[in-house]
Write a protein that binds this ligand. Structure first.
Ligand code: ADP
Ligand code: MG
Length: 242
């Protein structure tokens, strides 16, 4: 199996604050990795390092053949291969759903309008929003806006997708429709790393769960590890219902 993302002994501090303390894990093509853990355990920082939004002080990160830790990294090329979706969707309010999705293919990949529109329509269909192409963000629910944000990322045809608590700002009933889209992506073979508080989703969809605590990978294994944690920390975390 080919490895798409590999973190080896990654160390990251913000000033005196050690946030990643020797983090290692790897993600094979088509794998879905759920990263879980208490707030402040370093989950978002780990994702941001994978996409070179943060630099690391020690260790190595390889993503789709890019040496992310290398100071000669071409960030633009890396980010063509890596899609990232955050909790806040940040759609442009003056553009329709379709226009939001067309933006990167036209500006970054220099595709023509027609090609970009075809891609946008295809991506909207993948997130179940074909009928909302001409709607503006304010005319969409939070769950729909997040699905447009996912479609926008898909439009760049990334090799790996990173999701950072994409459902945390949503009501429970809107969370379900976004999780469904992510599950469909997973089933379609997309390589994904997702930070999530949705334990049931992690258990069901993830091929590997990474439990982070205090900047370390504390425990890792298949989804079933959540049913039988070996460390007291993970037992507490799962038991806290988070
Ligand atoms: P998580 O996503 O698991 O909640 P984060 O990776 O966001 O954790 O943060 C881990 C720690 O790093 C926290 O203590 C947070 O306050 C700190 N931190 C994150 N980003 C920065 C930053 N840019 N500057 C200083 N401290 C930061
Ligand atoms: Mg976070």
């Amino acid at each position: 199996m080919s490895v798409v993302v590999k973190l080896s002994n990654v160390h990251k501090s913000f000033g005196p604050l050690k946030v990643l303390d020797g983090v290692s894990f790897e993600v094979a093509r088509g794998e879905v990795v759920a990263v879980i853990g208490q707030s402040g355990s370093g989950k978002s920082t780990a994702l941001r390092c994978i996409n070179a939004l943060e630099t690391i002080q020690q260790g190595s990160i390889e993503v789709c053949g890019h040496a992310v830790h290398d100071e000669k990294l071409d960030k633009r090329k890396l980010r063509l291969d890596v899609g990232i979706v955050f909790q806040s969707y940040n759609l442009f309010p003056h553009l329709t759903a379709e226009q939001n999705i067309m933006l990167a293919p036209t500006c970054v990949k220099a595709l023509g309008k027609k090609a970009a529109r075809d891609i946008a329509r295809d991506c909207l269909a993948r997130v179940g929003l074909s009928e909302k192409a001409d709607h503006y963000p304010e005319q969409l629910s939070g769950g729909q806006q997040q699905r447009v944000a996912i479609a926008r990322s898909l439009a760049m045809q990334p090799k790996v997708m990173l999701f950072d608590e994409v459902t945390s700002a949503l009501d429970p009933q809107l969370t379900g429709e976004v999780l469904k889209v992510m599950e469909d992506l997973a089933r379609g073979g997309m390589t994904m790393i997702l930070v999530t508080h949705e334990m049931a989703f992690a258990r069901k969809v993830a091929s590997q769960v990474v439990y982070m605590n205090k900047g370390k990978v504390w425990e890792t294994g298949p989804g079933s590890m959540l049913d039988a944690p070996t460390t007291p920390e993970l037992r507490d975390f799962v038991g806290s219902g988070l």
